[in-house]
Design a protein around this ligand. Structure first.
Ligand SMILES: *[C@@H]1O[C@H](CO)[C@@H](O)[C@H](O)[C@H]1NC(C)=O
Ligand SMILES: *[C@@H]1O[C@H](CO)[C@@H](O)[C@H](O)[C@H]1NC(C)=O
Length: 411
């Protein structure tokens, strides 16, 4: 049996608990339509001041004037910070301008009518300077066609691939090429437009017949479709952002540093300089990444971008080996297309795949790509760990005795 006093006690406890709950959820009561506006940062102090007001008007006035002075001071400091930020910004802009090497050429012009305004796609060419390397200048006058030349950078390690490269270049009827072991911008200083080529590229047509020549740099793509080759809006979602769930980021770079045409302009020469400098200073840097960064990144605090104009080559005409072996090989329509050049950049067994490309496109052996691919994939898988030796995540070599390939062909 419960006594009346215990019931009263229980009632009080329940009352207090319910009261606390309501006080927590409805701090301003049931009938207060909205909490008082909290816009003023000193809202809390105002309440404090109100409740003390009748006790000590003087104290209240003191507090009020103190708060007023504080907020005035605060506003003044904020103004100073804003002014300093503006000054900093102007200083950075001026620094950028000071480092700008381009001299504005010609008189300012009026803009064309709306809808017809076109900016220039490339900078003015620089003047050639033959004194940089008179011997090379002499060779170039003989080799180049229309001041243009393909330059392949090679060394003794890639001898068999270089032989293959030369055979293909000659077969494609390209007269203006040069094999060199140096990699600086002397060509540009001498006044030649250079198509820089890796040695793992099979030429099927003359690339100079298919260039646009409207940009400082015209580059082969590592991408494999419109999106990855020509850029796209990369949209990602972050659930905790609620209403602003989606992040839009433009992805533009998939340029190949293994095959690009470079015009005789200051930005193009600077690109060469920058990439060469960075690769010297950061020996472990990946040349593809460095090339893409220098070519694509805009200026940001602490960095001045290059602003070379760029064109991506048609990825079916200037094709990488991923497109060839992943897409073209399986598509009967695309198989009819004849590329200008094929870059075996996605596969380690370069020489054999170069041969397969020649077999398919030059000698029309319909199954060359398929057969070669399936053989190579098997070998790739088998030897993947054995023959791959890496200095770091980007610099790997594949050491496999050539005999092994033949062995596998006969198995
Ligand atoms: C202060 O005094 C005014 C009248 O002078 C009165 O209306 C008000 O309720 C008082 N406030 C407090 C918190 O005592
Ligand atoms: C890729 O772009 C080209 C030219 O801009 C267009 O003709 C082609 O239809 C596009 N391909 C796809 C699959 O969207």
């Amino acid at each position: 049996m419960r006594t009346p006093s215990s019931r009263i006690g229980a009632a009080i406890v329940i009352g207090v608990v319910v009261g606390c709950v309501f006080a927590f959820f409805y701090p301003y009561g049931f009938f207060y339509p909205n909490p008082p506006p909290k816009s003023h940062p000193f809202f809390k102090y105002d309440v404090l001041v109100e409740s003390w007001s009748n006790e000590s008007t003087e104290w209240m006035n003191m507090l009020r004037s103190y708060i007023r002075r504080l907020s005035e001071k605060n506003a003044e400091l904020q103004k100073q910070v804003k002014e300093l930020n503006e000054k900093l910004q102007i200083a950075e802009q001026e620094k950028g301008r000071a480092q700008e090497q381009l001299v504005l050429l010609g008189e300012p012009k009026k803009a064309a009518p709306f809808g017809k305004v076109k900016s220039s796609r490339t900078s003015r060419p620089v003047l050639p300077d033959e004194s940089v390397n008179p011997r090379l200048a002499k060779i170039l006058t003989k080799v180049a066609v229309g001041k243009e030349v393909i330059v392949v950078l090679a060394n003794s390690k890639v001898k068999s691939m270089l032989e293959m490269w030369l055979t293909n270049v000659k077969r494609a009827g390209i007269p203006n090429y040069l094999v060199v072991a140096l990699d600086d911008d002397v060509f540009l200083q001498l006044g030649y437009r250079v198509l820089l080529s890796d040695v793992d590229i099979v030429y099927l047509q003359n690339p100079f017949d298919h260039l646009y020549r409207d940009s400082d740099v015209e580059v082969m793509s590592n991408g494999h479709n419109n999106m990855t080759a020509y850029g796209y809006n990369d949209v990602s979602a972050e659930a905790d952002m609620g209403w602003a769930l989606y992040t839009h980021t433009m992805r533009i770079w998939a340029y190949s540093s293994g095959f690009f045409y470079i015009r005789l302009t200051i930005p193009a020469i600077e690109l060469w300089d920058r990439v060469a400098n960075r690769l010297t200073q950061e020996p472990n840097a990946w040349d593809q990444a460095v090339f893409n960064e220098e070519l694509a990144l805009p200026s940001y605090p602490g960095y001045i971008g290059l602003y070379a104009s760029r064109r991506v080559m048609d990825f079916y005409l200037y094709m990488n080996s991923k497109i060839l072996f992943k897409i073209i090989r399986k598509d009967s329509n695309l198989k009819k297309l004849k590329p200008v050049a094929v870059h075996i950049n996605y596969h380690p067994d370069k020489l054999y795949r170069m041969k397969a490309v020649v077999e398919y496109y030059v000698y029309s052996k319909q199954d060359a790509l398929i057969w070669m691919h399936s053989q190579m994939v098997q070998i790739d898988r088998y030897f993947y760990f054995k023959r791959r030796r890496c200095l770091d995540q980007h610099t790997c070599t594949w050491n496999i005795p050539l005999g092994t390939y033949y062995l596998f062909f006969f198995l």
